[in-house]
Design a protein around this ligand. Structure first.
Ligand SMILES: [Zn+2]
Length: 156
């Protein structure tokens, strides 16, 4: 696996590239790299940043969102999958390009495939009973704390 040009770590979720295809592990390393050409005149930069952001947000949040259904009754899996569909829909042109128009078109296409995979992960996801118990307890604790805070405010 290729490593970050700046810090030599293996890029994970925060990976990004510049328009020359040089790889970075994060926005910080990307910004630290002094020899970067100006990416912001590239025609696909906005879409690249947008789909990368969406992907990172989804990866960070999807499991919490799935547990929300068990804790609060929504959203359903089908809602999450439909939401991802609408994200994918915004970048539909890049399916047509099939990564043939430079590094950003490749990266965007890759994110679209990964979002499709995430839809499958969500569809097949099953709740973990122990994790759910833990999350219910956390929620209870937060509610109690909020109530105590409220009572304290009423007294003051
Ligand atoms: Zn780095």
């Amino acid at each position: 696996m290729k490593r970050c040009k700046v810090c030599r770590r293996k890029p994970k979720l925060g990976r990004r590239v510049n328009c020359e295809g040089i790889l970075f592990c994060s926005d910080d390393c990307y910004e630290d790299y002094e020899n970067s050409p100006n990416d912001f005149s590239h025609p696909y930069i906005d879409d690249y940043e947008a789909v990368r952001f969406e992907y990172m947000e989804w990866m960070k949040d999807y499991e919490d969102d799935l547990y929300k259904y068990w804790l609060f009754g929504s959203p359903r899996k089908a809602d999450l999958i439909a939401d991802i569909d609408s994200v994918i829909g915004e970048f539909h042109d890049y399916y047509r390009l099939e990564r043939t128009d430079g590094i950003f078109s490749q990266e965007i296409y890759q994110y679209l495939l990964q979002l499709e995979e995430l839809q499958i992960v969500i569809a097949e996801w099953e709740v973990d009973g122990n994790e759910l118990k833990k999350r219910r307890k956390q929620l209870e604790r937060k509610r109690r704390e909020a109530m105590i805070d409220e009572e304290r405010e009423n007294i003051l």
